[in-house]
Design a protein around this ligand. Structure first.
Ligand SMILES: C[S@@+](CC[C@H](N)C(=O)[O-])C[C@H]1O[C@@H](n2cnc3c(N)ncnc32)[C@H](O)[C@@H]1O
Length: 476
């Protein structure tokens, strides 16, 4: 069984997120103030440079640098990323996007040519990467609003050092970005970071993970870029930015075919929530969304989005369950893909999960002709974490490839029964997940590294069953 077959994310994270680097806008964990607040001077926290470092990365001449403020352990994680620092590809002679006014939305990005699904629109090294939160202390006699203003002032001070270190040209690019937080206590730098930052995970020191939410945020970062930060929101966005740690750069992918002149868009909020929830979540960005799903008069879109969020294609839940027909999961996943297409949500991780599941169904059925067609569709979604976790799909493009016979799922539904360890695990997973697969997602880490044919002891199997059972109790 390949890694990524199960995933440790919660259902909600997995449905809403776009890849395992957590690419979505970052809302800083600080409240906003309705009116100006005066804070007594002299209580500034001294930055602890034992823990934090300002650095310009990568330290390669002739390439733009990102100004970073990192916890030392996060910096270590980044520097140890295999392949770091991978060079940026040469900029194309004619970029396939331009910055231009978008009526009612300020500036935006627009395509300058037809772009195919899965193509990279741009590679971009960010201007700035900073922590989403930095601890600060304040005297006990501060009022609640003074505490908020004090925290915002502290953040501004920390972030300013990084902005001051930029080249003049990159600082000017940063300061020209939009700021929708001019009247809530945020300074000009914090305001721009709040407006334009995209969340970056995967750099969290191990020790912080188990701590409180605030502590955990200290190992999470927000990324600001000259161009990607100009993407306006749509609830049916047509791009997905994927952060490549080795390159220290985003690749911005087209998630469907884009016509010349179309605006390029990105999702700022969980697009599987209802129209009213989305509009509430968009308030901090000062956005009243006018995309078709927010303006159509009936509640059809809400219903479709809720249905999309209510099914997770899960091979084990079907493969060993003989009460479900051979085409049950194919039909359910195809219906899911139709809903995704109707709502124009191709960027969702779920799109690739369903595509990959149909491919695996055909492998279970011993039908390499159809499996190879679906493998080709997986490959057209390179922004997805599923694609990243399954490099073997390339070997499955040829229906005659020997990779089929070697695949752990090959003919699983055709031959007698899945037997041995694999059969036992599939049966357990089927029982625990339920056919809709909604309980698979938060546990099951023990299965990640399971390989077919691997000799798993009864003790190992019992542990896996316990993990799955725990996850079912917690989330079910
Ligand atoms: C990250 S910036 C995007 C680029 C920005 N339009 C600019 O001029 O630089 C976010 C801001 O863009 C505007 N915006 C983004 N999406 C929008 C939308 N769908 N409708 C209206 N305004 C939008 C809002 O002012 C929001 O605070």
């Amino acid at each position: 069984m390949k890694r990524g077959f199960l995933n440790a994310k919660t259902t909600k994270e997995r449905l809403a997120s776009k890849n395992d680097l957590g690419t979505h806008p970052s809302q800083l964990p600080y409240a906003m103030l309705n009116e100006p607040v005066t804070v007594p001077q002299g209580y500034e926290t001294k930055p602890s440079f034992v823990e934090y470092a300002y650095t310009a990365l990568p330290q390669v001449d002739d390439e733009p640098h990102t100004e970073c403020l990192f916890l030392l352990e996060s910096q270590e994680i980044l520097l140890k990323t295999p392949g770091f620092p991978k060079p940026l590809p040469p900029a194309p002679a004619r970029p396939s996007f331009r910055v231009a006014p978008s009526p009612g939305k300020g500036l935006g990005l627009f395509s300058t040519c037809d772009i195919k699904q899965g193509e990279v629109i741009l590679y971009e090294r960010p201007l700035l990467i900073v922590p989403m939160a930095i601890p600060s202390s304040a005297p006990k006699h501060f009022s609640q609003t003074q505490l908020i203003q004090h925290s915002l002032n502290e953040l501004e001070r920390y972030y300013k050092v990084a902005v001051d270190r930029m080249t003049e040209q990159r600082r000017a690019a940063f300061m020209s970005l939009h700021d929708c937080h001019t009247k809530d206590g945020s300074g000009p730098i914090v305001g721009r970071i709040r407006t334009n930052g995209i969340c970056l995970s995967g750099l969290q020191p191990a020790g912080l993970k188990a701590n409180t939410d605030d502590a955990a945020r200290m190992g999470r970062y927000t990324v600001i870029s000259e161009y990607i930060s100009r993407l306006n929101h749509s609830c049916s966005s047509n791009t997905a930015p994927l952060f490549d740690k080795a390159m220290l750069a985003y690749r911005l992918y087209a998630v469907r075919d884009i016509a010349k002149g179309e605006e390029l868009t990105f999702q700022y909020v969980d697009v599987l929530s209802s129209k009213s929830e989305r509009n509430k979540a968009l308030k901090p960005y000062d956005v009243v969304c006018t995309c078709p799903s927010c303006t159509e008069p009936t509640a059809r879109s809400d219903k479709r989005r809720s249905a999309i969020g209510g099914f997770m294609p899960t091979i084990p839940a079907w493969a060993a369950n003989r009460q479900l027909s051979d085409d049950w999961l194919i039909k359910r996943s195809t219906a899911l893909l139709s809903l995704i297409e109707e709502e124009r949500l191709e960027h969702l991780e779920l799109n690739c999960i369903a595509t990959h599941a149909i491919m695996e169904c055909y492998i279970c059925l011993g039908d390499s002709e159809n499996a190879s067609k679906w493998a080709a569709r997986v490959i057209r979604q390179p922004w997805s974490g599923v694609y990243k976790d399954h490099p073997e799909v390339h070997e499955l493009l040829d229906p005659k490839s020997p990779a089929y016979a070697k695949h752990g799922l090959w003919r699983m539904r055709v031959d007698e029964n899945p037997t041995g360890d694999m059969g036992a695990i599939f049966k357990m997973m089927g029982d625990v997940c339920g056919p809709d697969g909604m309980k698979t997602l938060s546990g099951g880490q023990g299965l990640f590294m399971f390989q077919p044919g691997q000799n798993t002891s009864p003790e190992g199997l019992r542990k896996i069953a316990e993990i799955l059972q725990r996850s079912s109790n917690l989330k079910g």
